[in-house]
Ligand binder design. Structure first.
Ligand SMILES: [Zn+2]
Length: 435
């Protein structure tokens, strides 16, 4: 295959036709979901039938599905397909914060998922001749098997290296001539450090493409990864409720992630009111599966915040693009009447080479006033000259104020003095009296 597209007819389908296609699949999805104990009740209560959906906008007649609904249905209350006949795989969330959520897949679902991941990899230039190394955890984490089957579907030689053991990852890259690597962004940076410690120049390897995702990150972080490893890095978006990876992916324009609208219906809503927001405005991403037979999800509230990028993409794909994830609606905090996301603070801090990557935001009440304090670790590049540090502190405070519109109390602290977290970092401590 020598085309620019994995599936040209679908990827470049004119939008009116794509919407017709979505409508047809939405109706089919409703017919399937009606067999699940959960949706059969919801549909009965709201008079939802495939025929009641006349345009794609009629999707709004269906109530939202939340993570709490999924937990209440644990383990199989949302399954529509025949468990003993058609279920072939199950993925479950870690459940560290309560009852886990479960997604059950049929063979059709797994084939469709693998095809979407192959489509993503093809879009960023990966071909059958490539060697794809996956540094994701395998097991329940969908980044493992999701990329494994997708890369195999593409026809690439696939190396299931799994997470950790950086020296071994580098040995694999060298020995197997890995060209495409999937890594979470913080691990990609760690790998670059190990390359340096080992005295190996990443440019001397065959590595040229990185796929990064699973962890919100800024464009500055992406550029850092590209610079340190001498690669092009592409942003990947997915979540276990929507299969895993392969939901949305950057094309080589590196300007937003194409959402595969033949398989997902996308809405952006105001997280407070649930009302739809116009293209370009940041809100909560709400998703409906359009090609899942075992366990469709309708209007699932992801809690991820992003916006639809207006305009057409020069790559020729007609599927809409979303901006990188700005954070979770759960992570947003309001201080002095302003909505703030930790990512905004991070975006500012990362611009200063004198700073490390570990920071902590503390919200507290001082004299009946809400105050925001930002503590950030210095990097090796910083000086210990008091006057220079004070100037740096002022410069960062000014930048932060421009970004978040309130003036934080900023503390520069020594590298290693803030708590290090395993896994997802805790960035905000809210100690206010009235949260
Ligand atoms: Zn594009």
């Amino acid at each position: 295959m020598n085309s620019k597209y994995w599936e040209a007819d679908i990827e470049t389908m004119p939008r009116p036709q794509l919407q017709e296609f979505q409508l047809e699949r939405l109706r089919k999805t409703i017919a399937i979901a009606a067999h699940s104990p959960y949706y059969s009740k919801v549909f009965a209560a709201h008079g939802i039938t495939p025929e009641s959906i006349r345009t794609v906008d009629d999707v709004r007649k269906i109530p939202f599905t939340t993570k709490a609904d999924m937990r209440a249905c644990y383990p199989f209350g949302m399954v529509s397909g025949n468990m003993s006949e058609d279920a072939v795989r199950l993925h479950s969330s870690s459940g560290t914060t309560g009852t886990p959520t479960v997604i059950v897949h049929s063979q059709h679902d797994l084939d469709s998922w693998a095809n979407l991941v192959a489509r993503c990899l093809y879009m960023v230039g990966a071909r059958r001749s490539d060697v794809f190394q996956n540094s994701s955890g395998y097991g329940m984490f969908t980044g493992g098997l999701g990329f494994q089957y997708g890369a195999e579907r593409l026809g690439a030689l696939t190396v299931p290296a799994a997470a950790g053991n950086s020296k071994r990852q580098i040995k694999f890259i060298q020995d197997f001539k890995t060209t495409v690597l999937h890594a979470i962004p913080s691990y990609a940076i760690r790998l670059a450090e190990v390359f340096q410690e080992e005295g190996i120049d990443p440019a001397s390897t065959s590595l040229r493409t990185l796929v990064i995702g699973a962890e919100p990150h800024t464009d500055e972080q992406r550029k850092k990864i590209e610079r340190l490893l001498g690669v092009h890095a592409y942003n990947s978006f997915g979540m276990s409720e929507m299969n895993g990876p392969g939901v949305a992916f950057e094309c080589t324009e590196q300007n937003g992630m194409h959402f595969w609208e033949d398989c997902y219906f996308v809405e952006i809503i105001d997280p407070e009111t649930g009302e739809p927001l116009p293209d370009g405005e940041v809100g909560e991403l709400v998703l409906t599966t359009l090609d899942r037979t075992m366990m469709p999800l309708l209007r699932y509230r992801t809690r991820d915040l992003t916006r639809i990028l207006p305009g057409e993409c020069p790559c020729g794909r007609t599927h809409l693009r979303i901006d990188r994830i700005k954070g979770r609606s759960d992570d947003m905090f309001i201080i002095k009447g302003v909505n703030i996301f930790p990512m905004q603070v991070e975006k500012t801090l990362v611009q200063f080479p004198e700073l490390g990557s570990n920071y902590l935001i503390t919200l507290e009440t001082i004299n009946n006033q809400d105050e925001i304090m930002v503590e950030v670790e210095l990097s090796e590049l910083s000086t210990d000259n008091y006057i220079e540090l004070e100037n740096l502190r002022r410069a960062i405070t000014r930048q932060l104020k421009d970004e978040i519109l309130v003036t934080p109390k900023l503390k520069l602290v020594k590298k290693g003095s803030l708590p290090q977290s395993e896994g997802k970092a805790v960035r905000v401590k809210d100690l206010r009296d009235n949260k």
